[in-house]
Design a protein around this ligand. Sequence first.
Ligand code: G1P
Length: 277
Amino acid sequence: MKEKLIRKCLFPAAGYGTRFLPATKATPKEMLPILTKPLIQYGVEEAIAAGMDTMAIVTGRGKRAIEDHFDISYELEHQIKGTSKEHYLTEIRSVIEKCTFSYTRQIEMKGLGHAILTGGETLIGNEPFAVILADDLCDHEGNGVLAQMVELYEKYKCSIVAIEEVPKDETYKYGVIEGKEIEEGIFMISNMVEKPDPKDAPSNLAIIGRYILTPDIYEIIKNTKPGKNGELQITDSLMIQAKENMVIGYKFKGKRFDCGSIDGFVEATNHFYNKAK
Ligand code: G1P
């Protein structure tokens, strides 16, 4: 069997989810459900489908529900066993059986770069790994976005970011790349800027929450200066990596919902509801 090059997936999940208050006051935003499944479970299932078996989750205060979700609930198992309701647990049981979960807390919110460094060094170590931002929910018939990126990694063996075209007036919400298209939909990145004003954006190709990172990124993050909003931005670290090595932007196949916004959340709910009907 072919050796798996990428086995581990990191989930930064320490953010407050202020846009969903009061729902997120006592519930992690990653646990908000699209139909009956929490957002983070969609992400974990995408990582499993891409061949990964080790999930590393960066949490923070108030996020214990995530750990409980990916664990056995003995009372519930006991109550439901042998009843007509047992099938409701099938999907989550299978997720728990297929992979292991580890957690570390990000004590201070110092940006996505900082979250990746915190989780990567502690829970992943010296190997290439994937990153999923669970509030970007992706769906594709056939290979999921992360599976597509793993395939690309096997060819290029460098850091990869998933990108999509966004309206030019929305660049301020994203990391934006510029690059040379070396194959259809595959860009060798020459420039990337975190959340630029539309007038300063180098293109309308926005980074969405799927990354594959090579482990040299840890040292690069440590040497990156705080950027946008005074935070350590992974976009800035990837730009340094792009200069030293090569970083690829990949126009993925599929649909992505910004479940960090109310509009995207409702859109995703409708999409999965119609699909399930
Ligand atoms: C983060 C990244 C940004 C990226 C976005 C994708 O921003 O910093 O580069 O485009 O995720 O969702 P956030 O949405 O966490 O502010």
